[in-house]
Design a protein around this ligand. Structure first.
Ligand code: NDP
Length: 479
């Protein structure tokens, strides 16, 4: 990787601005690298390069040939797994084992979509007897990908591997806050055999490079993961040129515990669902809904678990690393100040290790109880390790509370009653439901995405692949 450059047509180039941005280590608040400050001109160059690549035939290549290239990308990722994990860990402030997991997941996306590239099928449709009608799926052409800072490798993998497998050429705007792992990947993807222009990276500010990509008339589809506010801007920009958009905008996802649940199994999973990646996870289980009969017991167990949680530098590989940046720490503290002002009860909290470097963006995990359903802590995405608990009285009440936010991404249901688990799952307004687990270990194969303000469109699985294709109907009249 060449620091301070953009990657277009398989080569490193100086950004048109000639400027760079500093990369801060969230564990100590110090600059440790610099990246290019790409902007509209670089996006222009990247989109043109992607279009040339697409027109030159990447999308017309046999699916199995694209699949073979993607499988080589997977091998490159695994060859460099530890280097990538160390980079991702430092850049994002992730505990190292989490970063290793993210590398493995990224490789798995390339594996999954490599295998699926030659299985993109159409249908034949019954119609009038003098016709044969069939549908075929084609790539859009040039796809834009705006990747956030919380899981750069994973979100890149789920979006870009699918788009490439479908035959698109991609322009990627990674986050200025964490993009080094993706810039490392750039060269390895070229070495794996991706044709020039199939993958282009323009790091830079969201409001400059990101906005330019979303608004570019030369792209045919854009996928975005981030906040609802920026998602709205991206969708508005895309609407000017009628580009389809996939939006994944986070959530306020409920973990619902009935009194008959296996609490030994549930408690560690509930903790992990909100503490993983310091709570900076779109699908974080940040609301806890517990049946009144076991509410106090669950909070007691969770309180003990939260008190044991330790926060430290990414490299220390503790339960929680730092948050991504100072403004994210301020945002989470703002929520907690509000909770205190409103008299919400803090059941327990973790602890920052004494040797955590000064200047890092450390936030202890916090468990709050009796949070009213209308409170901001129960309604808005905190994106930090904060769990808001409340009691419910009945199955209907649980469903009512679970659905009572503007979000609808995922949910967890803990019960030993199979009928109830399915009844509740079907009444929840969200894109994924986990019964007696949370997250199913990541699940590359499992379609993922939201309803309501959590966004629309699906990533992961075969649906994620198909979302990067457009459907053409061919009607043949043969008499
Ligand atoms: P944003 O939604 O602003 O950032 C997400 C991505 O969008 C980043 O790559 C960013 O680039 C880019 N971006 C920013 N502005 C624009 C723009 N005008 N046009 C196009 N792209 C843009 O989120 P923040 O980083 O500001 O985080 C705020 C909150 O958003 C978090 O607290 C969290 O609640 C939520 N969020 C949710 C995520 C999820 O996984 N669902 C991921 C990230 C944030 P850059 O970083 O370079 O500015």
């Amino acid at each position: 990787m060449e620091a301070g450059r953009v990657f277009i047509e398989n080569s490193w180039q100086s950004p048109a601005s000639g400027r760079t941005l500093s990369v801060i280590d969230p564990s100590d608040g110090r600059e440790f690298a610099r990246i290019a400050r790409g902007g509209a001109e670089d996006i222009e160059g990247a989109v043109e390069a992607a279009r040339r690549c697409f027109d030159a035939g990447w999308g017309r290549l046999a699916g199995f040939e694209r699949g073979r290239v993607l499988m080589k990308v997977r091998e490159r990722i695994l060859d460099h797994a530890e280097e990538l994990a160390l980079t991702e860990s430092r850049d994002c402030g992730k505990p190292l084992r989490q970063a290793r997991n993210d590398v493995a997941a990224c490789a798995r996306y390339f594996e999954f979509y490599a295998g699926a590239a030659d299985k993109i099928e159409g249908r034949t449709l019954p119609y009038a007897p003098e016709f044969t009608v069939l549908t075929i799926r084609e790539p859009y052409g040039v796809t834009g990908h705006i990747i956030p800072w919380n899981y750069p490798l994973q979100i890149f993998g789920r979006s870009v591997a699918a788009a490439l497998a479908a035959g698109n050429a991609c322009v990627v705007k990674p986050s200025e806050d964490a993009c080094l792992s993706l810039l490392h990947l750039a060269e390895w993807m070229a070495e794996a055999g991706l044709p020039s222009g199939a993958i282009n990276f323009v790091p830079g500010l969201g409001v400059e490079a990101g906005a330019a990509l979303a608004a570019h008339p030369g792209i045919d589809h854009i996928s975005f993961t981030g906040s609802p506010q920026t998602g709205t801007r991206v969708a508005q920009a895309a609407a000017m040129h009628h580009h389809p958009v996939t939006l994944e905008l986070g959530g306020k996802s409920p973990q619902i515990v009935f009194a008959d649940a296996d609490l030994d199994a549930a408690v560690p999973v509930i903790v992990n669902a909100v503490v993983q990646n310091a709570g900076q996870t779109c699908s974080a289980g940040s609301r806890l809904l517990v049946e009144r009969g076991c509410y106090d017991e669950v909070l007691e167990r969770l309180g003990a678990a939260f008190s044991r949680l330790r926060v430290a530098s990414a490299h220390a590989d503790s339960d929680c690393g730092p948050l991504i940046r100072r403004s994210q720490l301020d945002r989470v503290r703002g929520f907690l100040d509000e909770a205190e002002r409103d008299g919400l009860v803090r059941v327990a909290q973790g602890q920052v290790e004494t040797d955590a470097p000064a200047g890092g963006y450390y936030q202890v995990p916090v468990l709050l109880r009796d949070v009213p359903v209308g409170h901001r802590l129960a309604q808005e995405e905190v994106f930090g390790p904060v769990l808001a608990a409340m009691a419910f009285e009945s199955e209907d009440d649980a469903v009512r509370l679970a659905n009572a936010t503007r979000f609808g991404l995922v949910a967890g249901v803990w019960t030993r009653d199979g009928g109830r688990a399915l009844r509740v799952a079907r009444r929840l307004r969200c894109g994924q439901v986990f019964i007696n687990n949370y997250g199913a270990g990541g699940g590359v194969e499992l379609p993922f995405g939201g309803v309501k303000s959590s966004g629309h469109g699906r990533e992961k699985g075969i649906e994620g692949l198909l979302s990067f294709t457009t459907l053409k109907t061919i009607a043949i009249r043969h008499g």
